[in-house]
Design a protein around this ligand. Sequence first.
Ligand code: CMC
Length: 428
Amino acid sequence: MSNDPLKLTGNGHEVDLPVMEGSVGPKVIDIRKLYAQTDMFTFDPGFTSTASCESKITYIDGEKGELQYRGYPIEQLAADSDFMEVCYLLLFGELPTKAEKEKFVWDITHHTMLHEQLHRFFSGFRRDAHPMAIMVGVVGALAAFYHDSTEINDPHQRMVASYRLIAKIPTIAAMAYKYSVGQPFVYPSNDLSYAGNFLNMMFSVPSEDYKVNPILEEAMDLIFILHADHEQNASTSTVRLAGSSGANPFACIAAGIACLWGPAHGGANEACLNMLGEIGTVDRIPEFVARAKDKSDPFRLMGFGHRVYKNFDPRATVMRDTAHKVLKELGVDDPLFDVAMELEKIALEDPYFIEKKLYPNVDFYSGVILKAMGFPTEMFTVLFALARTSGWIAQWNEMIEDPTQKIGRPRQLFTGTPKRDYVELDER
Ligand code: CMC
């Protein structure tokens, strides 16, 4: 196939649309001049056929079930890398050398503390607030505390904001949890790893010693790697759209967190675990599978299906193995895990799910692992947000540095009432 322009003929028009080619993946039709040439927009709700930007960060082949960060397959990163290295890779494009990694880890570790005044911000929330609501509020409020990293046209300030976000997000997440259970906040410990420090801030209490379990620390780090970035998904697109207006990075990441909260996106891990709890026992699975297939019932099997993956979600495969490892380490015999395993089996053999290419996604297994590790369900999406902050901020930086970047401003197909005259109140 050549890169000849695509000819579009009809409706009184004949236009040549340039075809662009990336390094891998489908070609892209450049429609930037279409409106000027034809006085027509394109219509693509949900952006199922639209590339919103050029990016060099993450590549997904949904048909083959492949995910790569900067070219490196997720399976290799999951097996051999760690989250700090992945953050560096996403931000800077290459794996760090030993010296670069040491410096990056040192810099992130030394930005983990929150401005002390921010502690008081938490007490404004109700005790039973959903931690995602706290995350949206506190991350947005960072802009009020770190003025020296909100000038988006200064590359140094952009990088300081990026480091601050990656470093402080675990502290904020753990504080949101501690606040909800009425325990004192735990300050970060610089002698622990990124994942280990987070587990310590989550689960330690001043009254006794807490030792981070290395298997859980490894699993936590892996969960962070698997969730770090995922191309132009809804929350990443939200971060880019918010950033396209020149908004500061803290506001943009808060917007991303708000979008991630939805059950069709990051909220699916929480929804999935709630669903497994609702199913309760293996014998009730057929009833729920039947509901998922019933067009008149809005119920969907949470943790199944994906906009891009029409084959196994490669993150789910890694997560499945980790789930077994974690449950074994903790000696957990969780009936929900039996329900999950049986549900996976039944759904994968069902013609409805086969025909629609609905496979378990990353959220199907993550909830089971997180529950076994002691995280309450409300924290699941928070953990997703924590990990995804690295991807969001890398994508935000890429967007700011892109010379073709413009404010995001979609158009619409207007189907409302055309112009009409105002009717006085007593004449209506
Ligand atoms: N259970 C039952 N039927 C489903 C499901 C499901 N989980 N997902 C999709 N379908 C059906 C849907 O009814 C539709 O059928 P039809 O063609 O007959 O109308 C068909 O499959 C295509 O679905 P769609 O909604 O048009 O697909 P989409 O690409 O717009 O939606 C999705 C993708 C992830 C929102 C959807 O599959 C879903 O709601 N899944 C459950 C929520 C979930 O697990 N989300 C996590 C996604 S992975 C983590 C992340 O990246 O955030």
